[in-house]
Design a protein around this ligand. Sequence first.
Ligand code: UD1
Ligand code: MG
Length: 449
Amino acid sequence: MANVRAVVLAAGKGTRMKSARPKVLHELCGRPMLWWVLRALRDAGVSDVTVVTNGDLADHVDAVAGAAGHASVRGVLQEPQLGTGHAVQMALASLEPAGGTLLVLNGDMPLVEVELVARAIAAREHALALVTARMPLPSSFGRIVRDGAHVARIVEARDATDDELALDEMNAGLYAYDEAKLRAACAQLTNDNAQREYYLTDTIAHFVRAGDRVAPVVADDFRSVLGVNDRVELAAASALLNRRLCERHMRAGVTIADPATTYLEPDIQLAADVTLLPNTTLGRETVVGAHSEIGPNSRLANARIGEHVVISDSVVIDTTIGDFALVGPYAHLRHGNEIGTGARIGNFVEIKASTLAPGAKASHLAYIGDASIGERTNIGAGTITANYDGKNKHRTTIGKDVRIGSNSTLVAPVEVGDRALTGAGAVVIRDVAAGERVVGNPARPLPKR
Ligand code: UD1
Ligand code: MG
């Protein structure tokens, strides 16, 4: 849609959110409301986008647009905010007239989907293709007053009579305008209404008076056009978006035991035959390989998980885990970890900035920080890498086939060679040679066997 330009209305104060944060920066499924709208535009191939902003929002627009996949968008400040019609006037004043279709959409409709955007663009023949939806009542949406197949006008709920409030066709907040005709209509807007605002929706009556036509595009599902005006609607929209993400993965072969308590973000990748158990959150760029089982009660963020991995009741952040590894219950992999194939991490184990080679095990109660642990090495219960001397962090390096006894303390920087052993309660303050056995506090070598 190289020739279609879009204007996103996002400057409203969002009074009903009762928040210090601009409304469109409130998050749903880990992304700001505005991200969802911009992502739908990107997916529809609309790259020329103007966002109408307020002073609090302006500095954030570029980051949100970049994250949603736009090379750049134009921000136009609307101060003060005198209504949706005024917002469009500000946008138009900043744009060179180009003719053709100008898409206008509310920034508070995060459920909007690419198909609906494309339908609106395709349906515009005359002045305006107006997206509408049939909705259960009561509703605070603007009502569509029809004249047969065409739209006669939109009346805002606050300005509507009882008869008008009984209408169940609503204005979605997504418009495909003839840009030249929009410019003419916008110049005529007044603020003669309950809110003393310039309503974009009054452009419709203007077109009709001028003998032009407004074609309704009825959305298949009203849920895809729900607006978010307060935190109740935010939660409802989040649940719907999350359900949509879950369904997409289920259709692609992922088992989700309870979609209502499985929280997904849009940019994760799940292979077929992954199983997600209840109360589980998968965020950021998480990738999970085939046949892995995640949950219950787990939170993964930017985790790269191999195949046949089992993670239960655990937190895994910025971490890579190899095939056939077992994690949890109750493990905390904080950040920067590489966990090898078939490794085992058991209950109450915390790991940070560490590498566990294939087959390494830390099955119970340990803190492993800034450490490298070799193949098949076993870390006994209660082991601590004392990585911090009060000023600096130091590394612990443990070789292959090592047995670290229960309750060992490894005071970094320290190295333990291959096949070495530490006795229960050893406090290791010096390097341990390959094959050496040390015990005590401070740990000393036992005589050679
Ligand atoms: C608006 C529509 C209503 C429609 C509903 C769909 C108008 C007058 N009414 O009502 O017919 O059913 O959306 O959700 O358009 N904004 C600005 N500048 C402003 C005012 C608002 O940029 O001065 C932005 C807001 O940030 C928001 C969008 O425009 O993203 C819609 O404004 P909002 O106040 O939420 O309008 P609604 O009452 O929801
Ligand atoms: Mg709204």
